[in-house]
Design a protein around this ligand. Structure first.
Ligand SMILES: [Zn+2]
Length: 408
């Protein structure tokens, strides 16, 4: 069995356990509709951050059937998220085999199930415990889990929720190089935290902006963003030089409501936030507009690079084409070229589309500011250690690339 190496701090455990005790899902709102159903000896529920199934039903023979569908129709991208917990009845002391049918109304099964008893260490469900069938062209899954005397979480990806980010930010801000500030509030009033990194006392003109988690199920993008940012904070000459010349502003979770609810794609305004750059009709994307406009309007500040962290089926960097002028020039080509040099055994895949009509962050920020922009995508099931390695090398390659450009 492959262990998904956790890079997340332990606060998630206490959060999940606390939510278990109080049956609340968030400190801010109680708008989430949690689901729950039982079989003899066990209960399935979604009363924790990011827990979500459309409905559930228990039947005889230790079998649950959960139905899965997006928060609103139709999703433009089939990110078929699910997360639930199975808890044994306190009277049951022997382990029991539980069967769970994952019935997808649309899109079909995508994420390999992962299980955890503590919310920190995650295991891939063994292949032998999952069966995939296709019904009317939609992939359905049925899985078997071994339940002992502890609750077990089953989810499409590791559970990385607003509390996880809070704890991560708290850890980083122990360093004098990092400070946190509140970018603003989501539609449901959740905090959208931001982090700024620079040498203490310095006022770098050049700015790098990183954003993450516009799309709730895209956890591997978060698993990349964490080590990427930590590398910018490292105690070595390259990172020190970078922090003296560049301020980095990170908004690691732009869609906390969608994450909390376990949505497949949208925020609570039924909007794909990464199609709202330009219109800026949603409170979350409006905050990004304000952040970028503030940099633009300050003569002592200049945007130099923008990256947006996501997940898709495979690792890929979506960029603007090299023929499109940027300041600094050819930074994407140089950066990804350097990353490839640093990781000869890893294929750096890039897709450069010259059609910039889609209202996503990469297109908008390039069109408005003329800086190098990238959508940094990690594969859904990319090895977790490889995600970390790529992120560290990519961050070092970026610092080298940006520092090599001397103009002011
Ligand atoms: Zn995405």
């Amino acid at each position: 069995m492959t262990v998904v190496k956790p890079i997340i701090v332990p606060v998630i455990t206490s959060m999940l356990l606390a939510s278990c005790a109080t049956a609340t899902v968030s400190e801010n709102t109680g708008t989430k509709l949690a689901k729950s159903c039982s079989v003899e000896g066990a209960t399935l529920d979604t009363k924790f951050p990011s827990g979500n199934v459309a409905s559930c039903q228990g039947s005889d023979d230790n079998e649950f059937t959960v139905s899965l569908k997006p928060e609103d129709a139709p999703p433009i991208n089939c990110s078929a998220w699910y997360a639930f917990r199975v808890t044994p009845d306190s009277a049951v002391t022997e382990s029991q085999k539980i069967h769970i049918n994952l019935n997808y109304e649309t899109c079909g099964h995508r994420y390999w199930p992962k299980t955890s008893v503590d919310g920190i260490s995650w295991d891939y469900l063994p292949k032998t415990d999952m069966k995939i069938t296709e019904v009317n062209g939609v992939k359905q899954a049925s899985i078997t889990i071994e339940l002992d005397d502890r609750p077990i979480f089953v989810a499409g990806q590791e559970i990385v929720v607003p509390g996880t980010y809070r704890s991560w930010i708290d850890g980083l801000t122990q360093s004098a190089q990092a400070e946190t500030f509140l970018l603003g509030k989501s539609a449901e009033g959740r905090d959208i935290p931001a982090l700024t990194i620079k040498a203490p006392g310095s006022t770098p003109k050049k700015h790098v902006v990183l954003v993450g988690r516009q799309h709730p199920p895209e956890v591997t993008g978060a698993l990349a963003l964490f080590p990427f940012v930590e590398t910018l904070l490292a105690d070595n000459p390259l990172a020190q030089k970078y922090r003296a010349r560049f301020e980095t502003i990170i908004v690691p979770i732009l869609n906390p409501d969608g994450v909390e609810h376990g949505y497949w794609r949208h925020n609570t305004g039924s909007t794909d936030l990464n199609r709202d750059w330009g219109p800026f009709e949603q409170p979350e994307t409006k905050l990004m507009d304000s952040l970028l406009t503030e940099i633009e309007n300050n003569p002592d500040k200049q945007l130099s690079f923008f990256a947006d962290f996501h997940s898709t089926r495979n690792d890929i960097f979506y960029t603007i084409p090299d023929e499109f002028p940027t300041t600094p020039p050819l930074a994407i080509k140089n950066w990804l070229g350097l990353l490839q040099e640093r990781m000869p055994d890893y294929e750096v895949k890039r897709s450069a589309n010259s059609n910039l009509t889609q209202a996503n962050s990469k297109n908008y920020v390039y069109k408005r500011y003329g800086v190098p922009t990238v959508t940094y995508e990690m594969g859904d099931e990319t090895d977790r250690e490889l995600i970390v390695e790529v992120a560290r090398e990519a961050a070092m390659a970026l610092m080298e690339t940006l520092l090599a450009h001397k103009d002011e």
